[in-house]
Design a binder for this molecule. Structure first.
Ligand code: MN
Ligand code: MN
Length: 452
C-alpha cells in the first residue's frame, strides 16, 4: 500500500522542510514529489512529521524483590506508541551464574510480545572466566551496548576492578558501555545511618543520594573509560556537576555521551515533602534535584552536550511501592514515563524556547538511533528508512493522569501536568497504528533489532 502524508512540516535535526512523505509498504519511499499513486492520503497540514521516537532506556518487567516492574513488553510498548515512540531499548539482566548469552535468549522470549521494535543493553553483573567470550558473542548477535551499575552492589553492581575489565573488553571489540553512575558504597553507608537514625520516609531516599554521589561517580567512570579507550554513555544524568565532568571529557576529545530523563527536567526535589502516599511515587534513582540542575540539563540539550532524553521507564503500582511504608530502603526504585516524553519535551522544552523542534526530534530519535547503531533505518525521515513516522498535532491539549494513561500503574509522577500537542497519526513499518489520535485495535508485533 502507498500512503501519502500530505502537507506537513518534516522535522530534521538540522532543518525543517514543507514536504509530502510517501510510504510504500513498510518503507519511506520518497519525500516531496514522487511518481507514485497514493492508496491513502493523510492530511498533515499544520502538523509536524517526524521519525518515530526511540526510547533507549526502559525497564519492562524488571525483576525486583517487590515484584516485576508493572509494565510488561505488551502494555509498555502500547503506552510507548501512545507517546510517539516506535523503538525501545531495554536491558538484559542475567541471574548470577547465568551466561549473558543465555540471559539474552530469556529476555528475547519476554520481549516477543512487544508491539514495537526492540533491542537491549546487556548487563554483566559479575566478572567470570567466560564473561569476555560472552560479551563478544553478544556483539556478534547485534547487541553492542553493555550496561554497568556502580550502585546496587550485592545485586547488579560491579566493583571497580570488574568495571575496568568490562570497559577494556567492550572497548577492544568496538562496543559501548552505558553506566548507572552513583557511588554505591557511600550511598549504602548513608542509608545505613538513616536507618539507625529512624529517617525512613521517602524524603530520606533523596537525602541519602546527594548530588556528589552521582557526580563523583561520573568523574571516576569517565576516567576509567578514558584509560580503557571505551566509548561511554552516562544514563540519567541529573546534576549540573556531573555534566561539568562530562563536558570536560567531551572537550578533550573523549567519546562520552550524556542522557537525561524528563523527570530531571520538569520535577524537582520539593516533591519529597509530604506524606508517604504523596511522596512514594518519586522514589527513583538518582533522585530529583534542584532547579539549577534542571537549567543545566536544558542548556546541555540545547548545546548538544546532553545528547539523548530517555525515560528510564520503570513503573510500579502504589501497592508495590507500599512495601516500603515503614522503610524507604524497601521501596522499588523507578517510575513510569515512556508515554510522556514527547509531550513533556514539546510543552516544557520547545514551547518555552529552551530547545528547538529540531533538537526535540534529535534528542528523542536521531541521536539514540546514531549512538546505538540503528541509523539510518531508524531516527530519520529519509528514503529507504523504516516507515516509523509520527504526525504531531501541536494544537492538541491534554492533562496527564493515571486515570487515563496507558501505562500499567495506578500512579503517575506527572499527574496533573498539562501537555500541548499529541500524536495524531503514527505509522509503524508503514502500518497505521494511531489514526486521528485513536489507537487501532489490531497492532502487529515488533521485532528484535540487530545493531551495527
Ligand atoms: Mn539507573
Ligand atoms: Mn534505568
Amino acid at each position: 500500500m502507498v500512503i501519502k502524508i500530505e502537507g506537513g512540516t518534516v522535522v530534521y535535526p538540522e532543518k525543517e522542510v514543507q514536504a509530502d512523505v510517501w510510504i510504500d509498504n513498510d518503507t519511506i519511499a520518497a519525500i516531496g514529489v514522487a511518481n507514485l499513486q497514493a492508496d491513502k492520503v493523510i492530511d498533515a497540514r499544520g502538523c509536524y512529521v517526524m521519525p518515530g521516537a526511540i526510547d533507549a532506556h526502559v525497564h519492562m518487567q524488571l525483576p525486583t524483590p517487590a515484584g516485576p516492574s508493572s509494565d510488561d513488553f505488551y502494555t509498555g510498548s502500547k503506552a510507548a506508541i501512545c507517546g510517539g515512540t516506535t523503538t525501545l531499548i531495554d536491558f538484559v539482566t542475567p541471574q548470577k551464574g547465568q551466561s549473558l548469552v543465555d540471559a539474552v535468549a530469556d529476555r528475547k522470549r519476554e520481549a516477543a510480545k512487544s508491539l514495537i521494535d526492540y533491542s537491549f543493553h546487556v548487563s554483566p553483573v559479575e566478572w567470570r572466566d567466560t564473561t569476555e567470550q560472552e560479551i563478544i558473542e553478544c556483539i556478534n548477535q547485534g547487541l553492542r551496548s553493555f550496561k554497568i551499575y556502580m550502585a546496587y552492589k550485592g545485586a547488579v553492581g560491579l566493583d571497580d576492578e570488574d568495571i575496568k575489565k568490562v570497559l577494556q573488553v567492550v572497548g577492544r571489540n568496538g562496543g559501548m558501555v552505558t553506566v548507572h553512575a552513583e557511588l554505591g558504597d557511600e550511598i549504602d553507608d548513608l542509608r545505613l545511618k538513616a536507618g539507625q537514625n529512624g529517617d525512613l520516609s521517602p524524603a530520606a531516599h533523596e537525602a541519602t543520594r546527594p548530588p556528589h554521589t552521582e557526580s563523583d561517580a561520573v568523574k571516576r567512570i569517565v576516567d576509567m573509560a578514558h584509560e580503557a579507550k571505551c566509548p561511554l554513555y552516562v544514563v540519567h544524568v541529573s546534576t549540573k556537576e556531573s555534566l561539568k565532568y562530562i563536558v570536560n571529557a567531551q572537550q578533550s576529545g573523549q567519546s562520552v555521551f550524556a542522557e537525561t530523563c524528563p523527570h530531571y527536567l520538569v520535577l524537582d526535589k520539593r516533591v519529597y515533602q509530604g506524606s508517604f502516599e504523596q511522596t512514594v511515587k518519586y522514589v527513583l534513582s538518582p533522585p530529583l534535584r534542584e532547579e539549577a540542575d534542571q537549567d543545566a540539563l536544558w542548556n546541555g540539550l540545547a548545546n548538544g552536550t546532553v545528547r539523548v532524553v530517555g525515560t528510564d521507564h520503570c513503573p510500579f503500582s502504589f501497592q508495590q511501592k507500599s512495601v516500603g511504608k515503614d522503610d524507604f530502603r524497601l521501596i522499588p526504585n523507578g517510575a513510569g514515563g515512556v508515554e510522556h516524553r514527547a509531550g513533556l519535551l514539546f510543552t516544557y522544552g520547545v514551547l518555552t524556547g529552551k530547545i528547538s523542534r529540531s533538537q526535540w526530534v534529535d534528542v528523542s530519535s536521531t541521536q539514540p538511533a546514531k549512538i546505538f547503531g540503528l541509523y539510518p533505518k531508524k531516527g530519520t525521515i529519509a528514503k529507504g528508512a523504516d516507515a516509523d513516522i509520527v504526525v504531531w498535532d501541536p494544537n492538541a491539549e491534554s492533562r496527564i493522569s493515571a486515570q487515563n494513561h496507558h501505562q500499567n500503574t495506578d500512579i503517575n509522577i506527572y499527574e496533573g501536568f498539562t501537555v500541548r500537542g499529541a500524536v495524531k497519526h503514527l505509522f509503524k513499518h508503514g502500518e497505521p497504528i494511531i489514526e486521528n489520535q485513536i489507537l487501532q485495535p489490531d497492532i502487529p508485533g515488533g521485532t528484535f533489532l540487530e545493531r551495527k
